[in-house]
Design a protein around this ligand. Structure first.
Ligand code: MTE
Length: 324
């Protein structure tokens, strides 16, 4: 991939660069979504008692071995400034429209090149391994960052349960496809975010098995809010935030490198590996520094987002400037 020095853009420009938006079409869809919600609300009241709570505390012990000691951002920062393009392209769309998503009932299909494929109910997944709190910085490719206390357990616990075959080399993650819950997936808006739905991401199997890769159910001591990817997402702290797929319904082990949403939309801008790397600029802006939400001065971006000691060995022999 040719690396070009980027003209300096303001953050607003960077954010807008991420997508090719059709705001008018989106507003129409959002209005349609609101109408759907009103209908769902009136129908839902009859059986409301049967739906398990999707809010509330989610107790977990902090794991200092895999946590940064940096101060965390405020909950309201982490829940009102989001990227979740299924709801729209503005940072406040996910908080505004997140109520359209119904995180229960919810199942996750885990299959592909595994000995024991299975469909898991998310409430069973919650009990598969002890929940831990991990404090990770989240570094978005758009050059902003936050520090968030996530709750989950290593994805490896789930992957080992299904017994990967020797031929499995990659893991693909697929987000829910449902335009009723994700208004920006409405067919008339295809291409509006520059993405083909459903949102798809992937990791190499050894990355997915790394103890830092967190299958995530909560944050800030609470169940994951919808705008942050309820009821289940992954968090891969040494990679740009777009690798951390939200609201996952399928995990597939495969031989070939999976197609990913951003890589398919703009291969020259978003690579498969997408490790945080201050020395490789995005074609249109620098990645050398970042703006931590709540801070005035920009700070330097750390290689692998501060986790070089833990993960650099995964890439021995690779040219990370080329295999971005
Ligand atoms: N997952 C899905 N399904 N859809 C998305 O648009 N955005 C990604 C990632 N996961 C995204 C997604 C990007 S670009 C980032 S930076 C993080 O989610 C943001 O996570 P947060 O909103 O919880 O901070």
């Amino acid at each position: 991939m040719p690396i070009r020095r980027a003209p300096r853009l303001t953050e607003a420009e960077v954010t807008d660069e991420a997508v090719y938006l059709n705001r008018r079409a989106f507003l129409a869809a959002a209005a349609a979504g609101a109408a759907t919600l009103a209908l769902a609300g009136s129908q839902g009241s009859a059986g409301a008692g049967a739906v398990p709570s999707t809010r509330g505390p989610l107790p977990a012990l902090r794991n200092p071995r895999w946590s940064t000691t940096e101060p965390t951002n405020r909950l309201d920062e982490a829940t009102t400034y989001n990227n979740f393009y299924e709801f729209g392209v503005d940072k406040d769309d996910p908080a505004r429209l997140g109520h359209l998503l119904h995180p229960r009932p919810w199942t996750v299909q885990v299959g592909g090149l595994v000995r024991k494929p299975a469909r898991f109910d998310v409430d069973d997944l919650l009990k598969l391994a002890p929940l831990e709190e991990r404090i990770y910085p989240l570094r978005c490719v758009e050059a902003w960052s936050m520090v968030i206390p996530w709750i989950g357990y290593p994805l490896s616990a789930l992957l080992k349960r299904v017994e990967p075959l020797g031929s499995a080399t990659f893991v693909a993650f697929t987000t829910l496809l449902d335009p009723e819950q994700f208004p920006a997936q409405k067919p008339q808006l295809l291409g509006f975010a520059g993405l083909d739905w459903p949102y798809a991401e992937g990791l190499r199997l050894d990355e997915a098995l790394h103890p830092l890769t967190l299958l995530t159910f909560g944050m800030y001591g609470q169940v994951l809010p919808n705008q942050n990817g309820a009821p289940i997402r992954v968090v891969i702290p040494w990679k740009y935030g777009f690798k951390s797929a939200k609201s996952i319904v399928r995990i597939t082990l495969m031989r070939e490198q999976p197609k990913t949403a951003w890589n398919a939309a703009a291969p020259q801008e978003y690579g498969f590996y997408a490790n945080v790397n201050p020395t490789v600029d995005h074609p249109r802006w620098s990645q050398a520094t970042e703006r931590r939400l709540g801070e005035f001065r920009r700070r330097k971006t750390a290689p692998f987002n501060g986790f070089a000691d833990e993960v650099a060995a995964l890439y021995t022999g690779m040219d990370l400037r080329r295999d971005y």
